[in-house]
Design a protein around this ligand. Structure first.
Ligand code: FES
Length: 219
């Protein structure tokens, strides 16, 4: 039995973080633990997954417009969604940093708020709003920053493009966790479309993840 709800959510405020990524601030407060996600219904696909997060005190989602479905979602003021889904992420002991792309900034905010991690935003695009975290623009500045912080933390949680996640894993190695929520379809353990091969055998992103240790994925 999955503990998830199918509810209506209302968008209290929407603003642009980059030219293609929006922050949607929800009127509702959603109870979740970092790592859990929400599936939002839309007319172009059954549902789309987004990792749950905060912006300031509010529950919020960061959504990159990649096609018709995400464009439709960012333009609504009322949405239907299932939540919370996925396995909560419980970090190891010690000091951590959460490394995010614009489309996961709100996840970074939740890691800061709940686990006190530092947050680093890596973006290829100009950041259009004030954010309370360090950010770097461009691949080379990002690579320099990751080399600089290597060894400074006990764990590194990365939620961005697969290239970004692999770069951090290859540079830092042990202690890196990555989020694979983009692999999901139904989000509730029914379709088996999110199966991935891990070091410990086949796992399902929507029920075993979405956050995995880097050495489980790349072995
Ligand atoms: S997304 Fe359908 S089983 Fe995981």
């Amino acid at each position: 039995m999955h503990r998830w709800e199918n509810k209506t959510i209302h968008i209290k405020k929407r603003f642009k973080l980059t030219d293609d990524t929006y922050i949607l601030v929800l009127r509702e407060h959603i109870d979740f633990i970092p790592g859990q996600f929400i599936m939002i219904e839309n007319p172009m696909a059954t549902r789309k997954p987004f990792i749950l997060g905060y912006f300031g005190e509010d529950t919020a989602l960061a959504i990159q417009v990649k096609g018709k479905g995400t464009r439709w979602i960012v333009n609504q003021s009322v949405l239907k969604a299932h939540y919370p889904l996925g396995k909560p992420f419980i970090p190891p002991q010690g000091k951590g940093i959460t490394i995010v792309s614009p489309a996961s900034l709100t996840f970074g905010c939740s890691m800061f708020r709940v686990y006190g991690t530092d947050v680093l935003l890596g973006s290829r695009k100009e950041i259009l709003t004030d954010i309370p975290f360090t950010y770097v623009i461009g691949d080379s500045a990002f690579a320099d920053k990751i080399r600089e912080i290597k060894g400074h933390y006990d764990y590194y949680v990365v939620n961005g493009s697969r290239g970004m996640e692999k770069f951090v894993y290859d540079t830092v190695g042990e202690g890196v966790f990555v989020s694979l929520e983009e692999y999901m379809a139904c989000g509730i353990g029914a379709c088996k479309g999110c199966a991935i091969q891990t070091k410990d055998g086949i796992k399902h992103v929507c029920t075993d993840g979405p956050i995995f240790r880097g050495d489980e994925i790349w072995f």
